[in-house]
Design a protein around this ligand. Structure first.
Ligand code: UN1
Length: 506
């Protein structure tokens, strides 16, 4: 391993991005070497309430700004991201541990959603609706919603926030962001870049973006505040189970992006060379810490042994190491807890009959405080309890099948419903997988893996994944409120449903 000091790297990057990370109550550590890389101030309940107050004041002004002008702020933000893509991408790698290519990709994803949102700022369409009454017109208008609370996860510390933020901003909302406590510095850097864009814009209200750092208490203060109209939360199903009912109790809105347990079906007609590359990227990319990571490979019995042999070869040679080094494809797990969870689950898998290849800790001598692992392949006889759960680590379970219906049933039998894929060159199999009788996920792909979605489509999933949709398509509607308007331009007052209601003549 080459010598590396995350603190030195962080200092240069953060100074360049305009972040003061030298003081504060909350410390961030790099998963690359486990060392401290900077500090931020944590917000207690009172500080969160004050931030929401400022964001609400900002909302009252921002909602009056014409949407294309709001789009101009997002355009300028996209420009600052383009200028700082290299630095921010590196900081993402440093703080989240993903390889540099993926860190840069994440910033590109922010830039892409900026572009999308700028276009959207002129397309916040409502319908005109046929009315049953003469001399009337009916339409719907979309209005800004209010303060949007964003709770984001460590694994996509900036892109998922940007999906929410860019849409919310053109929709006329303000934002309070509670980033993952494991990645506060990337959030602080994005806050600084947003301020840079706001200065260029000129008259953006202060408080349009508030960043509040901290753990559960900080998030909880955001969740329970009635001034937060929408809480968009990304994280575990356990977190969503808590956030959902608490926001619902005050009739707030939620947008939940929770656990995935994503599967891929490989049929005998599949292009296996394509499939193995897709499987590797989806299963070991981001060290298996994407909500879209491939976790279950469902392979036809006739090709299972051949495919497994190829995967074992790839898995044993995959370069695991410092994610900033060129050529490395798998960086560290986020922390010790993630490593312990992986070990525990592998032991459970063995106890449930699984045959495990890989999964051992690497580089412990060079970096005792960092947690690198060889990705694991686990052959399972059936979809036992451990396979039904999402483990945020590079573990790929491999299961067999004989009939496609059986594969689809296995695929859909888990409680999560985010992303899915089929590898086949048979049109009938592909279409069946995408049909009403096929994959029950929010994302279903053919001949590409379940991860790595682009921003143009709606992103999200069913069942325990939480049902939210973010990013492209018409996901913007979640960030606005709909008003139905009926206008009478006639001289009579005809009532709907033909109701007669004539007042007695006075
Ligand atoms: C996540 O892991 O929370 O589709 C988001 C993907 C990325 C986003 C993942 N574009 O894998």
């Amino acid at each position: 391993m080459t010598a590396f000091d995350s603190a030195v790297e962080a200092k240069t990057l953060l100074e360049g991005l305009g972040v003061d990370s030298t003081a504060g109550t909350w410390e961030s550590r790099s998963p690359i070497d486990g060392g401290p890389i900077g500090r931020v101030d944590a917000a207690d309940g009172e500080a969160v309430a004050a931030a929401i107050g400022r964001a609400h004041e900002a909302f009252l002004q921002w909602r009056l700004v014409p949407p294309p002008r709001r789009g101009e702020l997002v355009r300028l933000f996209g420009e600052t991201l383009r200028e700082e893509k290299a630095a921010l991408g590196r900081l993402v790698s440093l703080e989240a541990g993903k390889i540099l290519q993926e860190g840069l990709g994440e910033v590109q994803e922010m830039i892409d959603i900026c572009d999308f949102a700028v276009g959207l700022s002129r397309q916040l369409y409502g319908l005109t609706i046929a009315t049953e009454r003469p001399g009337h017109r009916m339409m719907e208008t979309w209005h800004p919603l209010g303060v949007v609370g964003v709770i984001s996860a460590f694994n996509f510390p900036v892109a998922v926030w940007a999906w929410n933020a860019c849409l919310a901003l053109v929709c006329g909302d303000s934002l309070v962001w509670k980033p993952s406590e494991k990645t506060p510095l990337t959030a602080a850097a994005v806050g600084a870049l947003f301020r840079r864009a706001a200065e260029r814009f000129g008259d953006a209200p202060a408080g349009l973006l508030e960043v509040v750092h901290g753990g559960r208490e900080t998030g909880g203060a955001l969740v329970d505040d009635p001034r937060v109209a929408l809480v968009s939360a990304t994280g575990s199903t356990r977190m969503g189970r808590e956030v959902g009912p608490r926001v619902a109790a005050r009739f707030g809105r939620t947008l939940l992006e929770l656990g995935g347990n994503n599967g891929m079906v490989v049929t005998p007609s599949a292009d296996l060379e394509l499939a193995e590359r897709a499987i590797a990227f989806a299963a070991v990319g981001t060290a298996g810490q994407r909500c879209t990571s491939l976790r279950r490979l469902i392979v036809h019995d006739d090709i299972k042994d051949a495919l497994l042999a190829r995967l074992k070869r790839i898995w044993s040679g995959i370069p695991v190491g410092n994610p900033l080094d060129p050529g490395v494809l798998v960086g560290p797990l986020i922390d010790r807890m993630a490593f312990e969870a992986m070990e525990k689950v592998l032991a459970e898998a063995r106890a449930q009959g699984g045959i495990v290849t890989g999964g051992e800790r690497l580089h412990a001598e060079s970096w005792p405080d960092a947690y690198y692992v060889r990705p694991a392949l686990v052959e399972m006889a059936g979809q036992s309890d451990v396979v039904m759960r999402e483990t945020f680590a590079p573990i790929l379970y491999v299961l067999g099948f004989r009939e496609l219906d059986e594969a689809i049933a296995l695929h859909n039998a888990v409680p999560q419903g985010l992303a899915s894929a089929i590898f086949t060159t048979d049109l009938r199999e592909a279409e069946l997988f995408l049909s009403a009788a096929g994959s029950d996920c929010g994302i279903a792909n053919v001949n590409i893996g379940p991860s790595g979605a682009e921003i143009g489509g709606a992103f999200g999933g069913e069942k325990e994944t939480g049902g939210g949709r973010e990013s492209g398509s018409d996901a913007w509607r979640a960030y606005m409120r709909r008003a139905t308007n009926t206008i009478n331009y006639g001289r009579d007052l005809p009532l709907a449903q033909g109701i007669e209601f004539s007042l007695p003549v006075a």
